[in-house]
Design a protein around this ligand. Structure first.
Ligand code: ATP
Ligand code: MG
Length: 331
């Protein structure tokens, strides 16, 4: 099978970190074919479509995608839809993997946490109504999506040798929706006797995560709670510049740095490429099933940071390209 990667750099710093990270990946995978594709706010302004059909077709064809970042207009613009939300849905990427690891000299030591977030439903279905005085949003939780993400989380836990899975919910206030998510996750996890399964209310989970992020192994959460808790966890890992994620499904996987397009620092070669590099490492491990290459890439990033080479967000003076040169030298 030819290995193909669809490269969607997007807007702002996506245009800098993604090509640099892909340059590093090419050294690890010389046989990799890359297909560049457009998406985002600039693409929308140019073509009237933030996710053009050719981009979607290229992403489907490749299966593996790296998606940098897209800017969003500050106000609602007719016809504009977030291309990453649409891409995750179109490609059926039902689980979002958000690891937080302690990297040399960044954030809090001793953390090795994986958050698995449901990626398709909950409050993110965009069903809102308002008459001007009362606004309502639909929170939809389904058995099938809850089962799917719980099964992915349990399989990952076993494959990664993780021991403890904590289900996050607010079933005391939302017994039907969050109760369904919790109950289904419990049922699925019952087939994995090697896992220690527990549960926490989302507010308690936030408190405990803030107090002792090292105490957690793996969290399983619905879409909104997973979004919020994984940003909280990212703060302990060294911030947005190093926070990686992978959107995983049956047909496709999308590597996606957690940060946005960061227009304040775009075009200056100072954006941190580590989030993109580690997102590609997740793709190597979980999509291409090449854990040895994932480990090499992560090791090279660690060694670079340990040598004191870092971008300004981590207190250093390296540029985006210079950091990647240093990683390449250590591969
Ligand atoms: P968007 O609307 O696209 O989300 P944003 O202004 O919210 O853009 P983010 O990318 O979410 O910007 O990041 C918030 C801040 O974090 C930025 O202003 C930037 O200074 C910093 N930041 C984010 N990503 C990086 C990175 N890769 N390297 C360095 N700093 C970063
Ligand atoms: Mg942002």
């Amino acid at each position: 099978m030819a290995m193909k990667l669809c490269v969607i750099a997007g807007d702002g710093i996506g245009q800098e970190v993604v090509p640099q990270a892909v340059r590093v990946l090419r050294q690890l995978l010389p046989q990799l074919q890359t297909v560049a594709a457009d998406a985002g706010w600039e693409t929308f302004q140019r073509s009237g479509n933030a996710l053009p059909p050719v981009t979607l077709a290229a992403a489907r064809d490749c299966g593996a995608v790296i998606f940098g970042a897209v800017s969003s207009p500050a106000h609602k613009v007719a016809g504009y839809r977030s291309p990453i939300v649409q891409l995750r849905r179109e490609l059926g990427c039902h689980a979002n993997l958000r690891p937080t690891l302690s990297l040399p000299g960044c954030g809090t030591p001793g953390i090795d946490l994986l958050i698995v977030r449901e990626n398709t439903e909950d409050l993110y279905i965009g069903e809102e109504q308002s008459d001007g005085d009362t606004a309502t949003a639909i929170k939809r939780i389904t058995r099938v999506a809850s089962q799917r993400v719980a099964a992915s989380a349990c399989q990952l836990a076993v494959a990664e040798g993780r021991r403890r899975l904590t289900i996050v919910h607010k079933a005391n206030i939302l017994p039907l929706t969050d109760g369904l998510f919790r109950d289904v996750a419990r049922q699925v996890a019952a087939d994995y006797p090697q896992l220690q399964v527990d549960e926490l209310l989302v507010d308690t989970a936030a408190l405990k995560l803030a107090q002792a992020p090292q105490a957690f192994d793996m969290l399983l959460a619905s879409n909104l709670y997973g979004d919020i808790l994984s940003d909280l966890a990212a703060a302990f890992g060294g911030g947005l510049g190093v926070a990686a994620s992978l959107n995983l499904g049956e047909q496709a996987a999308i590597a996606e740095p957690v940060h946005g397009s960061a227009p304040d620092i775009a075009g200056q070669d100072i954006a941190n490429p580590v989030a993109s590099l580690l997102s590609l490492a997740l793709l190597l491990r979980h999509w291409w099933q090449l854990p040895a290459l994932d480990a090499r890439l992560e090791q090279a990033v660690r060694a670079t940071l340990a040598a004191g080479i870092r971008t300004p967000d981590l207190g250093g003076s390296a540029g985006t390209a210079g950091f990647c040169d240093a990683v390449l030298a250590r591969l």
